[in-house]
Design a protein around this ligand. Structure first.
Ligand code: ADP
Ligand code: MG
Length: 302
C-alpha cells in the first residue's frame, strides 16, 4: 500500500488551512502528524479520509484517487459522534450498515472487533455510560470494522485523562502491528511513544518530515546542567562572562549552560564553581534537547 498526498491546498475563504502539502506513506508505517492548534491537521486528515474536498492537489492510494479507494481507509474523527442511547454493539451495527457492510458480516465481525478494542463484555452497555477512553476505543472499532489497510486518527488521545490515554495508546500499539497508521496530535509526547516518523505542520505548511533519531541528532547540542544551592544564584552572572560559555540560563535551582566544547570545558566550569565556593548538588551532561524543546523551537521559534 502506498498513500500519496500530493500538493494539497485547502482554503476557507481567505484562510489557507493547508498549503501545498505533500507526503508519502508506505505500508506498515505509523506516522505522527504533529502541529499546534489551528495548524491544519484536521483539515488535511478530512481530505485524506475523503470527507472534505481539496482545492488543489490530490490524494492517491496505490495510484488511484482516494474517493475510489474509500473502503481501504478507516477514519477516527477528532470528535466522534455517537448516539448516547445506543449500546456499543448497536453503534457498530449502525455504523457498519452506513458503510454498507452486510448484516451477515457484521454478526461475525462486531464481536471480534469489540474483543480487539477491549470492549468484550460491554457490548450491551449504553454508550452514555462509557468513559472517554472507552468511547475512543469504540471509535477505533468503528474505524477498523471494514478492515481497512490504512487508518487515520485525528487526535486520538488528546482529550483523554491519563487512564484513557494509556488504554488508547496501548490499543494503537496493537493495531499498528497490522495496519498502517497516520495520527495527528498537538502533544508531541503522545506521538513519541507510538510513531517512528514525525511530520510537523505549522500554518498549513509542512515544516519537518523526520524520524526521532534524526530529530535528536540534528538538535544535539552539548549542554551541561548543574543544580546549585539557591544561595549561590549570584554565580550565574559569572558563568555568563566565561569565554567558553555560549549561554547560561537558570530555571529553579538548575543552571543550564551551553559550552563551546563540553569535553574540553566541563572541568573548567566545575573548577570555576569551586573557586566561587558554589555548592554543587548535581552535575550532568545533557547531550540533546528534549523532544518537547525541539518541537517548541520548530513551531513557536522559542
Ligand atoms: P488543527 O486540526 O490543526 O487544529 P484545523 O485543520 O482544524 O487545525 O484548522 C486549520 C485552520 O483552518 C484554522 O485556522 C481553522 O480556524 C480554519 N478552519 C478549519 N475548518 C474551517 C471551516 N470549516 N471554516 C473556516 N475555517 C476553518
Ligand atoms: Mg484538529
Amino acid at each position: 500500500m502506498k498513500l500519496e498526498i500530493k500538493n494539497i491546498t485547502k482554503k476557507f475563504k481567505e484562510k489557507i488551512a493547508v498549503n501545498q502539502f505533500s507526503m508519502v506513506l508506505e505500508t506498515g508505517q505509523c506516522v505522527g502528524l504533529i502541529g499546534p492548534n489551528g495548524a491544519g491537521k484536521s483539515t488535511l486528515i478530512k481530505i485524506i479520509a475523503d470527507i472534505l474536498h481539496t482545492d488543489e492537489g490530490e490524494v492517491l492510494l496505490d495510484g488511484k484517487n482516494i474517493s475510489k479507494m474509500k473502503r481501504e481507509i478507516g477514519y477516527l474523527p477528532q470528535y466522534p459522534n455517537f448516539y448516547e442511547w445506543m449500546t456499543a454493539k448497536e453503534t457498530l451495527f449502525f455504523m457498519g450498515q452506513l458503510s454498507e457492510i452486510s448484516k451477515k458480516v457484521l454478526i461475525k465481525e462486531v464481536p471480534k472487533i469489540l474483543a480487539k478494542v477491549g470492549l468484550s463484555g460491554e457490548e450491551n452497555t449504553k454508550v452514555r455510560t462509557f468513559s472517554g477512553g472507552m468511547k475512543q476505543r469504540l471509535g477505533i472499532a468503528q474505524a477498523l470494522l471494514h478492515k481497512p489497510a490504512f487508518i487515520v486518527m485525528d487526535e486520538p488521545v488528546s482529550a483523554l485523562d491519563p487512564v484513557g490515554r494509556r488504554e488508547v495508546l496501548n490499543l494503537i500499539q496493537e493495531i499498528k502491528k497490522e495496519t498502517t497508521i497516520l495520527l495527528s496530535t498537538h502533544i508531541l509526547n503522545d506521538a513519541e511513544e507510538i510513531c517512528e516518523r514525525f511530520v510537523i505542520i505549522k500554518n498549513g505548511n509542512k515544516i519537518e518530515d523526520t524520524t526521532m533519531t534524526d530529530l535528536i541528532s540534528r538538535n544535539s547540542k552539548p549542554v551541561v546542567c548543574l543544580e546549585i544551592s539557591q544561595t549561590d544564584k549570584f554565580w550565574l552572572e559569572t558563568v555568563k562572562m566565561l569565554p567558553y560559555v555560549k549561554s547560561a540560563k537558570m530555571t529553579g535551582p538548575k543552571v543550564k549552560v551551553t559550552l563551546d566544547d563540553v569535553i574540553e570545558n566541563k572541568n573548567k566550569l566545575i573548577q570555576n564553581a569551586i573557586e566561587n565556593k558554589v555548592d554543587i548538588i548535581r552535575f550532568e551532561i545533557d547531550d540533546h534537547e528534549t523532544l518537547e524543546e525541539i518541537f517548541l523551537k520548530l513551531v513557536v521559534g522559542a
